[in-house]
Design a protein around this ligand. Structure first.
Ligand code: OAD
Length: 397
């Protein structure tokens, strides 16, 4: 009954905790009160229906579109070494992504609903859009694993920078400079090559205490975040709601896959749990947030989700392009520093080599995740991709 999209992977292995590896089996488990400590893990896919592109979707993702520009590689926009040389691309994106413009999706409201029902142990999010907070999930339930726009500081002297000032600069598309030392100011978003916040390491074993993990809207390609679902105990049910299967989810005895759109997925789950009306009511309360982007803006013909995303990407691409043209000289300088041996088309390969520790898994990793939990000092784990950046893959092929 209506569970065509929940796809058990190996039907020969019986589930240990659920009655069946289906949406209905999971809803039964939740309704029976056995899921009272739910850990949710999210990524950019839960915000795409708000109009914010994700990173890695092949045509609509930010990286695919930024890669067409002259960044040495797409992830450079979030690379701390690159930012120190050329902060303009990041600030161009920040201008678009700065919180306040977007309405939370029904998926954000679903997380809020779990909290209201006293079922949410913790939300780990990789998103920097703050839409979980906007949806009413309280601060103490959120681990912003890749930081957020909530605070900003000087990258040189670490002095905090006033919120009003950064808002003004981002609105005017200017680069903010520290009032103390004139250093570059950066929102406390975790860039590649930087450490994750303390809160991530303090809470990263919570999946082991949970009785249900829900993973939504993430490709699980960035470490150490990608290791979180693997920290759940053997027979703890894990639900993946995502357009594609990721991170080995589906291999566990009690994994349920709901492949497709997040918003559709949470609505189906809410319906199966008898919560749909409450969920829709909660989401309706967010209608005033980010008015520009909310549904039903008058005087505009209704656009499909894909059209909204395409518009957004076009605008971002155009603005970053303009920004890059303005700072061409700067980029050339960076290229010269990062790629001393590169005279022509070998740019990406040379970059990959120069920044090996940022984007390539360490050689001593056991599989994808091994390095994360063997580290003596967890604080030494920097943000890095589990996969090579798209341009690197292309060059290797
Ligand atoms: P990705 O873009 O890597 O992955 C998004 C995932 O969501 C993909 O698997 C998509 O198929 C899926 N998806 C997109 N829209 C969806 C929808 N409406 N419903 C269901 N699934 C959907 O984004 P993240 O995994 O969040 O780092 O990326 C992780 C990190 O990489 C980000 O935090 C960012 C980036 O570099 C920083 O900003 C530092």
């Amino acid at each position: 009954m209506g569970n065509e999209e929940s796809t058990p992977v190996d039907e020969s292995v019986p589930p240990q905790t659920l009655s069946s590896r289906t949406l209905e089996g999971l809803a039964e488990y939740i309704k029976s009160g056995k899921a009272s400590k739910i850990v949710v893990m999210t990524g950019a896919g839960i915000s795409t229906s708000a109009g914010i592109p994700d990173f890695r979707s092949p045509e609509t993702g930010l990286y695919a579109n930024l890669a067409r520009l002259n960044l040495p590689y797409a992830e450079a926009v979030f690379d701390i070494s690159f930012f120190k040389q050329n902060p303009e691309p990041f600030y161009t994106l920040a201008h678009e992504l700065y919180p306040g413009k977007y309405r939370p999706t029904i998926t954000h409201s679903f997380i809020r609903l779990l909290h209201d029902k006293g079922l949410l142990l913790k939300l780990f999010t990789q998103n920097i859009d703050c839409l979980e907070r906007e949806a009413g999930v309280p601060d103490d339930k959120i681990v912003e694993a890749h930081g957020s726009f909530a605070r900003q500081s000087c990258i040189e002297c670490k002095h905090p920078y006033p919120e009003d000032d950064i808002k003004r600069h981002i609105a005017a598309m200017e680069i903010p400079r520290c009032h103390e030392c004139e250093g570059l100011v950066k929102p406390e978003i975790v860039f590649f090559g930087e450490q994750l916040p303390q809160a991530f390491f303090e809470n990263r074993m919570l999946p082991a205490q949970s009785d249900l993990c829900i993973v939504m809207g993430t490709s699980l390609t960035v470490q150490p975040f990608a290791s979180l679902p693997g920290a759940a105990r053997g027979h703890t049910p894990r639900l993946l709601i995502n357009k594609e299967r990721v991170g080995g989810l589906g291999n566990g005895t009690d994994d349920v896959l709901l492949l497709g759109d997040c918003d559709d997925g949470v609505k189906k789950l809410a319906k199966a749990c008898g919560w749909l009306e409450e969920l829709e009511k909660l989401w309706a309360e967010t209608a005033g947030i980010g008015k520009d982007q909310a549904e039903g803006v008058p005087d505009e013909p209704a656009k499909s989700k894909d059209e909204v995303l395409e518009d957004e990407i076009d605008r971002l691409t155009k603005e970053v392009d303009e920004s890059l043209n303005l700072s061409k000289w700067h980029e050339e300088k960076v290229r010269g520093e990062l790629m001393p041996r590169s005279a022509n088309g070998a740019d990406a390969a040379a970059t990959s080599e120069g920044l090996h520790s940022r984007s390539q898994p360490h050689e001593d990793e056991k599989g994808n995740l091994g390095h994360v939990f063997v580290s003596e000092d967890s604080k030494e784990v920097p943000l890095k991709s589990a996969d090579p950046a798209p341009t690197e893959k292309k060059d290797e092929a």
